[in-house]
Design a protein around this ligand. Structure first.
Ligand SMILES: OC[C@H]1O[C@H](O[C@H]2O[C@H](CO)[C@@H](O)[C@H](O)[C@H]2O)[C@H](O)[C@@H](O)[C@@H]1O
Length: 589
C-alpha cells in the first residue's frame, strides 16, 4: 500500500528516477526514461501493480538520510534484535539503468523480508519470469513486450503466486547487494559486471557537483538538497528537465486533479535553469539550451509549451483505468492535454533564463540567439491573444495579467540583449511593444479601487502569480502597486499561513474540487517580501517553509497544513526552484 507522499525519497540516474518508501519499498519506477511506462506502479495503485521491498520482519523504527551531498539514500531500520541499513541508488556513467540496494548488518541480527513484484506497462502486465545463468551467475529475468529486468543478488527470492519472496537473517558486518537492471527484451544479457566500482564513482561525482554549491545562503543545506533534486530531474544526455518524476499524485485527495508531470515544460525548465545558474551551475544551462534548440526547431508558430525529454511533441493524455489511483484519486493520467494549450508566458521565462545564462558566462551560440529572435518576432504578432495562463486552466482562455507581464519580460530581455550584450535585432520595434504591453497591463490588469493587480483583465480576483512581477523587474519591489498586490494576496489567498494559487471557487480553471496551498507561490511571497524590503517577514516565512521539507529535504507541489500532508506530484521542480530563488532573494544576490 502506498505511503503518505512525504514518506518517500528520490533516487535517480539522471535519466530516470524511483521513489523509495520509509518501509524500504520502491513503489514507483519507470525504466529506462522518466516517461517510460512504470514497471513498479504500486504508488498509484496497489502492491499488486508492482513494488520491490526489503524490510525487517515484525516491528521496526526507521531513520533516513542521503549520504553527504549525494543522491544515495541510506535507510536505517532498528528492531528489537538489531540494526540494519539499506542503501539505495541508481549508479551512473555506464549508459545502463540499474537500481542497486545494499543491506548491511550494523548490530545484532535482523530477519529481513524481500519481495520483488514486477508488473510492466504501468502495473498491468505480468512478465514471463525464469532463472538464467549469465557469466556463471544465477539471475532472475522478467520479460514482457519491449522490456526485460534482471534481478541479481547473493540470495534470489523464490517465485510464489506471481511474486518473488524470501526471508533471510543479516548479522553485524554482513553485506548483501541486490540489483535490478533494465535491458531491451531483444538484448541477450551478458557480462553484467561488478556494480561496486560504479557505486563509488556515483557518490564521488555527486559530491564533486555538490561541492560547488554556495554555502553562505540561508538554510544552505536545504538549498543544496533542492539543487541536487533539480539536477536529478535533468536528463544528462538530452538536457531535458522534467517537472516531476511522477504522474497523478493528486492535488486533491480523492479528486480528479491528477496530472502527468514527467515532461519538460518550457516554463518549469527555464525557471529551474535560472535557479541552477544563480547557484553557479552554468554547464546545465548550455545543455538545456541545446535541448531547447532541438526541441523548438522549425516554424516558431509551432512552439509548444512542453515537450518530451527527447523533444518529442506528441504527449496525448490518456487515463489508466486499471489503476485505483493514489488514495483513490482517479483517474490516473499519462500524457498531458496542456501540451496543446496557448500559454503566452513561456517565452518570457525562457528569455529571462537565457539572459541569466549569458550573464553567467555560458558559451555564446549564434543559433541560440537566432532562435530567440524568431520566437520574439512571432510573439510580436500574437501577444494580444487570450491564453490559458501559467496554471494551465482548462476553462475559457483569458487575458491573464501574469502572462502579459511575461510577454513584457520577453521583449524587455530581447531589448537588453541588444543594448547590453551587443546582439542584433529590431530593437526599436521591440522597445515599442515592451512599452505598449507595460501600459496595457497598468490600464487593464490593475484594480484602482483596491490598489492591486488582478488575475486577468475581466476580474477583480487576485492570483499568486502576480508575486512574480517584482522578480522580473516589471515594477520595483517597494512600488505601492506591488505592495497593494501583496496585501490583496495576503487577504484572499493565504490558508494556514501558506499561499493558494487562486480561488478555485471563482470557477476560472474549469475543474471540480479544490486544491491546497501551492508551495512555489509560498516561496514567491518570501521573494516578494525580500524585494519589498520586508526582511523580517521574508525570513520568518522562509523559516516556516523550509520546515515543511520532509526528513530528506524534499517537497511536493502543494501542502495540506491542516493535516500536515504533502500533496501533488513529488518531488516537484517548481517547489524546489522557488525555494532556491527565495534563498538568493533573501541573500540579496
Ligand atoms: O492545475 C491544473 C493543471 O495542473 C498541472 O499544471 C501545473 O503543473 C505544471 C508542471 O509543473 C506547471 O507548469 C503549471 O504551472 C501548473 O499549473 C497540469 O500539468 C495541467 O495539465 C493542469 O491543467
Amino acid at each position: 500500500m502506498a505511503l503518505p507522499i512525504e514518506d518517500y525519497a528520490l533516487i535517480g540516474d539522471l535519466r530516470t528516477a524511483a521513489l523509495v518508501g520509509r518501509n524500504g519499498s520502491i513503489d514507483w519506477l519507470c525504466l529506462p526514461r522518466f516517461d517510460s511506462p512504470a514497471c513498479l506502479a504500486g504508488l498509484v495503485g496497489s502492491d499488486e501493480n508492482g513494488h520491490w521491498q526489503l524490510h525487517p520482519e515484525g516491528d521496526y523504527e526507521t531513520s533516513r538520510r542521503y549520504l553527504g551531498g549525494s543522491a544515495v539514500l541510506e535507510t536505517t531500520f532498528t528492531t528489537a534484535t538489531g540494526v540494519v541499513t539499506l542503501t539505495d541508488l541508481m549508479p551512473r556513467g555506464d549508459q545502463r539503468a540499474d537500481v542497486v540496494r545494499s543491506v548491511t548488518g550494523v548490530r545484532g541480527t535482523v530477519r529481513m523480508h524481500h519481495r520483488w513484484v514486477i508488473r510492466f506497462d504501468y502495473g498491468k502486465v505480468r512478465p514471463w519470469v525464469r532463472r538464467q545463468t549469465i557469466g556463471g551467475e544465477q539471475v532472475i529475468s522478467a520479460i514482457a513486450g519491449p522490456d526485460q529486468l534482471l534481478l541479481r543478488g547473493p540470495r534470489l527470492p523464490r517465485a510464489t503466486d506471481h511474486r518473488h519472496e524470501d526471508t533471510f537473517d543479516v548479522t553485524e558486518g554482513e553485506e548483501l547487494v541486490f540489483s535490478t537492471t533494465w535491458l531491451p527484451s531483444h538484448v541477450e544479457p551478458h557480462d553484467l559486471g561488478d556494480l561496486r566500482d560504479r557505486i563509488r564513482a556515483t557518490v564521488e561525482a555527486d559530491e564533486a557537483w555538490a561541492g560547488r554549491c554556495p554555502d553562505d545562503l540561508p538554510h544552505a543545506d536545504v538549498v543544496l538538497r533542492s539543487l541536487l533534486t533539480l539536477r536529478l530531474l535533468t536528463h544528462e544526455v538530452t538536457g531535458g528537465i522534467v517537472a516531476a518524476p511522477t504522474t497523478s499524485l493528486p492535488e486533491d485527495f480523492g479528486g480528479e486533479r491528477n496530472w502527468d508531470y514527467r515532461f519538460c515544460w518550457l516554463r518549469d525548465a527555464a525557471l529551474t535553469l535560472t535557479s541552477l545558474v544563480r547557484a553557479g551551475y552554468v554547464d546545465e544551462a548550455t545543455l538545456w539550451r541545446s535541448w531547447l534548440l532541438r526541441s523548438v526547431a522549425g516554424d516558431p508558430e509551432d512552439l509548444q509549451i512542453m515537450y518530451a525529454v527527447d523533444g518529442a511533441r506528441r504527449l496525448p493524455e490518456r487515463t489508466l483505468d486499471h489503476l485505483t489511483g493514489y488514495e483513490q484519486s482517479r483517474p490516473v493520467r499519462i500524457g498531458n492535454a496542456a501540451v496543446d494549450q496557448h500559454q503566452s508566458d513561456v517565452l518570457g521565462e525562457v528569455m529571462v533564463a537565457l539572459e541569466h545564462a549569458r550573464d553567467a558566462g555560458a558559451d555564446s551560440d549564434s543559433n541560440a540567439w537566432a532562435l530567440q529572435v524568431a520566437l520574439v518576432e512571432n510573439l510580436a504578432e500574437k501577444w494580444q491573444e487570450p491564453d490559458n495562463g501559467l496554471w494551465e486552466i482548462r476553462g475559457k482562455p483569458q487575458h491573464f495579467t501574469h502572462s502579459r507581464a511575461m510577454v513584457w519580460a520577453a521583449f524587455d530581455r530581447a531589448v537588453r540583449a541588444v543594448e547590453k550584450s551587443g546582439l542584433e535585432g529590431p530593437v526599436e520595434r521591440w522597445r515599442q511593444i515592451r512599452d505598449a504591453v507595460h501600459e496595457e497591463i497598468l490600464a487593464h490588469g490593475f484594480d484602482h479601487e483596491r490598489g492591486t493587480f488582478t488575475q486577468h483583465y475581466d476580474t477583480t480576483e487576485v492570483d499568486a502569480s502576480l508575486l512574480v512581477l517584482p522578480q522580473i523587474g516589471f515594477l520595483p519591489g517597494d512600488d505601492p502597486r506591488i505592495l497593494g498586490t501583496i496585501k490583496a494576496i495576503e487577504e484572499d489567498l493565504i490558508r494556514d499561513g501558506l499561499v493558494l494559487r487562486y480561488r478555485t471557487q471563482s470557477g476560472v480553471d474549469g475543474l471540480s474540487g479544490d486544491e491546497h496551498p501551492f508551495l512555489a507561490c509560498s516561496f514567491w511571497l518570501v521573494s516578494a517580501y525580500a524585494l519589498a524590503g520586508r526582511r523580517d517577514q521574508a525570513h520568518a516565512l522562509f523559516d516556516r517553509l523550509v520546515g515543511l521539507v520532509n526528513d530528506v529535504g524534499l517537497l511536493s507541489e502543494e501542502y495540506d497544513a491542516a493535516n500536515g500532508r504533502m500533496v501533488g506530484n513529488f518531488p516537484q521542480a517548481f517547489s524546489h526552484l522557488a525555494l532556491v530563488q527565495a534563498a538568493f532573494d533573501l541573500a540579496g544576490r
